[in-house]
Design a protein. Structure first.
Length: 228
């Protein structure tokens, strides 16, 4: 893909779809990219080719500060009056666990009374959400980075802090409560809670201090309990 071109230095030469990069005014600090059209429009007594997110104040055409553009580099189905392929730099959600697709970032401009404008330019979006299958639409957030971080943390499976450790390799600290397991030739035992006592020949004890007659082959740290 080509480098970004400063619109103030060189404008696209013809009407059509282009990819745009703008600083966000709806969520300051973000850079938003999207596909939109250069189209022919009236500007006072003349007709000019201008981006679909411009604004006519009655005297001149206005554009946001810091507009950049580049060629789309392929066929797009974005209509001349619409926006497509909206993205926020640095926002990359993981795939949905239900449909296994990467969700689409959606947004709208939220007014002070809570109403949403779905026709606003993506650089004006102040409310963001993700969509893929019918199971996985997210709540709306002002900051899409916060949205994706919370969503991805919620759907990623919890991973244990350690793997099972062979007792022949290492024993846990004395009197530390751990999960233990005995992997036998014909039968297995566990998992169950136990602790070590420091005895070289019979190191394992039940949590009440009695000797454990089952000799574990593996142990695992106790997972952190839930907080909600």
């Amino acid at each position: 893909m080509s480098d970004w071109i400063e619109y103030a230095e060189r404008k696209p030469e013809s009407a059509g779809a282009y990819r745009w990069r703008l600083p966000s005014t709806g969520t300051p600090g973000l850079f938003v990219t999207f596909v939109a059209h250069m189209r022919l429009r009236g500007a006072g007594h003349e007709s000019v080719v201008s981006p679909s997110f411009d604004y006519w104040d009655g005297y001149r055409l206005l554009l946001p500060q810091g507009v950049q553009w580049q060629e789309v580099g392929g066929v797009t189905d974005v209509k001349w009056h619409g926006y497509g392929e909206v993205a926020v730099e640095g926002v990359e959600p993981c795939a949905c666990p239900y449909c296994e697709k990467v969700p689409v970032l959606k947004g709208a401009k939220r007014y002070s009374d809570g109403t949403l404008s779905h026709g606003a330019s993506p650089h004006e979006y102040s409310s963001w959400w993700l969509e893929c299958c019918s199971w996985a639409r997210t709540p709306q957030y002002k900051d899409p980075h916060d949205l994706v971080a919370r969503r991805d943390d919620a759907i990623r499976p919890a991973t244990p802090t350690t793997n099972w450790i062979k007792c022949s390799d290492k024993l846990p600290p004395i009197k530390q409560k751990v999960l233990v397991y005995r992997l036998g030739n014909k039968t297995n035992d566990g998992p169950f809670f136990a602790m070590t006592c420091g005895n070289e020949h019979r190191p394992w004890r039940w949590l009440d201090g009695d000797r454990c007659d089952i000799t574990p082959t593996h142990w695992h740290e106790v997972p952190t309990p839930p907080t909600e």
